[in-house]
Design a protein around this ligand. Structure first.
Ligand code: AMP
Length: 420
């Protein structure tokens, strides 16, 4: 027997019986973001490796060990996209989008690739949806974006949403704070993990992000960045919190929230839900006021968030049955005459009346077709056999009530024009 080739670890097939929930979620996301006046942007699945080295930062897990990178036949160093912001910013600069609109409000739904250890809610190819707004440094855009993330999850009825928020200030604030934090952490150098010891010099802020319990104990008493914000950072953060209060969005200020990537400034946030257990972050984002300039564009303040589609779908598990739209009609045909006569009626129900009609294409007997209709949980079954053809009629069975009636073939369309 020939060996079967399987999919790659950390990737998955979305099979026909699972796809309805994906389509439902994607449709809702498009409509939701468009309601706020955001436009979709689609960037390529792979980019020059240097784009990610420069934007995400060399001292991050993504760039250090998770990128799928290769050299192609032409000697180009390429990488499958591990996150979207860098690609959007590259495209924004390359196509002069900042000159066309003074503010660009963009959203995306995309596939990403990271060589992480696969577990529940963590994959090597996964989908993200997200927002990038480029052009405004006012706190109202921070509030708009946070509220979009929050109310999107709320519209999916995800329970126990928790918004964590922090400000990590602008460049100067971070420079001053880094020094203070390093001075504090140096006292505990020998107690830190080897990774954190290295970060002590390269990027001590990232130690605050630790998931290790004994490091969490150490950072409990570390200086807090919020006390180092300059007056501009401070008023930005205060105005943002005031706007969130106005919108009735509850938040928790998390002093250790710094986010993994180097490019964040001022506002950073995450939305969590305990439905997910250990992989609790549904989405994360923040302001990245220097990234456009660092990638060669004109200085442009910007803010965005990225959200995992798999984690959203996992948290929807309990609602799956309500979401699955049941097909409307199952058309049972019995005999050659019925197959021929049904083609016209089915066509008109589908094309003219826009109804979902499923037909059995295996010429099975009545019992087998009825079994299939029950399995699909349809609303109506139409039965057309050679006997019915003789009477120029078909049987329509309402599957919810169990009632059935004989309807003239010419009147089937009208039957479904009535509200059901
Ligand atoms: P990040 O781009 O790392 O800030 O992640 C933003 C969101 O994407 C997270 O909150 C998750 O919902 C999702 N995410 C990140 N990495 C993965 C992964 N490996 N598998 C599935 N979802 C992920």
């Amino acid at each position: 027997m020939k060996e079967i080739i399987k999919n790659i670890k950390g990737t998955k097939d979305i099979l026909p019986n699972e796809v309805a929930i994906w389509q439902y979620v994607e449709d809702k996301i498009h409509l939701f973001f468009q309601k706020y006046g955001y436009h979709q942007i689609r960037t390529p699945k792979f980019e020059n490796t240097s784009l990610f080295n420069r934007s995400i930062g060399l001292d991050t897990d993504i760039v250090n060990k998770e990128m799928y990178s290769w050299t192609d036949q032409g000697g180009n160093n390429l990488t499958l996209k591990p996150e979207v912001t860098a690609s959007v910013v590259r495209s924004f600069i390359q196509h002069n989008l900042g000159k066309i609109n003074s503010i660009n409000k963009l959203y995306y739904i995309d596939s990403l690739f990271r060589r992480e250890r696969p577990q529940k809610g963590r994959f090597r190819q996964f989908e993200q949806f997200g927002i990038e707004a480029l052009g405004s440094d006012y706190p109202e855009i921070d509030a708009e974006i946070i509220s979009m993330a929050y109310y999107l999850y709320d519209s999916f009825k995800i329970k126990s949403l928790k918004l964590k928020i922090n400000s990590i200030g602008s460049k100067n604030t971070r420079l001053n704070y880094k020094k203070e934090l390093k001075d504090y952490l140096i006292n505990y150098k020998n107690d830190l993990s080897s990774i954190s010891q290295n970060r002590l010099n390269s990027n001590p802020l990232r130690i605050l992000d630790t998931k290790i319990d004994f490091e969490k104990e150490i950072i409990k008493d570390a200086p807090k960045i919020i006390n180092y914000l300059d007056s501009d950072d401070k008023s930005h953060f205060e105005e943002l919190l005031m706007l969130l209060d106005t919108m009735n969005i509850q938040y928790e200020i998390d002093h250790n929230l710094v986010r993994g990537l180097d490019y964040y400034t001022k506002t950073v946030f995450e939305i969590h839900s305990d439905i997910l257990g250990s992989q609790a972050a549904l989405c994360g984002g923040g302001r990245y006021d220097y990234l456009v300039e660092e990638l060669g564009g004109d200085p442009t303040p910007a803010i965005g968030f990225a959200a995992g589609m798999e984690r959203l779908i996992l948290s929807l598990d309990a609602q799956k049955n309500d979401i699955f739209k049941k097909p409307f009609i199952y058309f049972i045909t019995l005999g050659n005459g019925a197959i021929k006569a049904s083609a016209k009626i089915i066509n008109s129900l589908r094309i003219k009346q826009n109804l979902t009609v499923i037909s059995n294409s295996l010429r099975k007997n009545l019992k087998a077709q009825m079994k299939e209709a029950n399995k699909l949980n349809v609303s109506y079954v139409i039965i057309l056999g050679d006997d019915e053809i003789k009477n120029n009629s078909a049987i329509i069975k309402d599957m919810d009530s169990g009632n059935q009636e004989s309807v003239n073939l010419q009147n089937i369309e009208d039957f479904f024009k009535k509200p059901h």
